[in-house]
Design a protein. Structure first.
Length: 323
């Protein structure tokens, strides 16, 4: 596997906050300006805001921006199996909604839930298509799904939208990729002059990563998706904020507040402390990538996750919690 020089990518100049500076990889896209703007974060799950929490906190707690979080696939969550061994999916969703409510409040952000089902889809390109088809079936058609995003775009009127990179969703989770595809269909329905800037967090957080990446990401450090040549700007989370904390501290807050997902951090047993060079989020612009690019997740996630769709519930539960 080709690995880019992570050092080359990471050694960007510290950015004058809250404007994000360009990276050392030419050509740089225009800087991302957050202060004073209307910023929409679109995620599939409660906790998807964590990576973006430093930017949102800096912009919306201290720099006059307005932040709003969408959580699209909050219903029927399998997400409490791994950490808690909790099989009750309604209860899990309820707990996770409370967690992201607290996380949004900590960012001085408002939030809303679409209430779509998380489902269980393969962590590859086919899984994204199944996810979109499943949601369309459950919600009365694909255009209804896009309509729901339109409703948020028209009421919040964001100038900037932040989301996971739809080419891989950072973890290869199909929910992460499916919701961004729908978001982009909605953005395209707007008049060109009404369209927000769309920026994607493009880090690598796939389970079962190669050792050289896993030893960074397991400690909540951030690395760029390997081999990606798209122009990138780096958001530096090491900058001190007016409250004396750093932006990265707000990432740790988000992990603590999403306690069902990050038990070690939430209980205080682990305080993430990655090297400062790994406290930077790589961001790519929609205009610089093909959001429908296929193939990046085909062999990435562990085999079991690439085949979860065909598993009966009890087999899946056993596979995750080993009983
Ligand atoms: Zn997620």
């Amino acid at each position: 596997m080709f690995m880019p020089s992570l050092l080359t990518a990471i050694l960007s100049l510290a950015s004058p906050s809250p404007q994000v500076a360009g990276s050392s990889e030419a050509p740089d896209p225009p800087a991302l300006v957050l202060a004073g703007r209307r910023i929409l974060h679109v995620g599939a799950h409660p906790d998807d805001e964590s990576t973006f929490a430093p930017m949102l906190a800096e912009a919306c707690r201290f720099n006059g921006a307005r932040c709003h979080l969408v959580v699209a696939q909050d219903a029927d969550s399998w997400g409490c199996l791994m950490g808690l061994g909790l099989e009750d999916r309604d209860k899990c969703s309820e707990m996770r909604r409370m967690e992201v409510s607290a996380s949004a409040a900590n960012l001085n952000a408002t939030h809303e839930f679409f209430g779509w089902r998380e489902g269980r889809y393969n962590w590859n390109d086919a899984g994204v298509e199944s996810n979109l088809a499943g949601l369309a079936r459950e919600q009365g058609g694909r255009s209804r799904l896009v309509d729901r995003f339109m409703q948020t775009l028209e009421s919040f009127r964001p100038e900037v939208v932040l989301a996971f990179d739809p080419r891989h969703g950072t973890t290869c989770h199909p929910n992460h990729r499916a919701v961004v595809r729908l978001l982009l269909e909605a953005v395209d329905r707007l008049e060109p002059r009404q369209r927000p800037e769309v920026w994607f967090g493009s880090d690598f957080a796939v389970p079962g990563a190669p050792e050289e990446i896993a030893r960074i990401t397991d400690g909540f450090g951030i690395v760029r998706w390997p081999g990606d040549r798209a122009p990138v700007v780096w958001y530096d989370m090491t900058a001190p904020l007016p409250d004396g904390r750093t932006a990265y501290d707000y990432l740790v807050d988000a992990l603590r507040l999403n306690a069902t997902q990050f038990g070690e951090v939430a209980t205080g047993r682990l305080t993430p402390s990655p090297d400062p060079s790994h406290r930077r989020l790589p961001l790519v612009r929609r205009a610089d990538i093909d959001p429908a690019q296929a193939g990046l997740c085909e062999e990435r996630a562990p085999g079991f996750l690439r085949n979860v769709e065909s598993m009966p519930d009890d087999v899946f539960v056993k596979a995750v919690i080993g009983r």
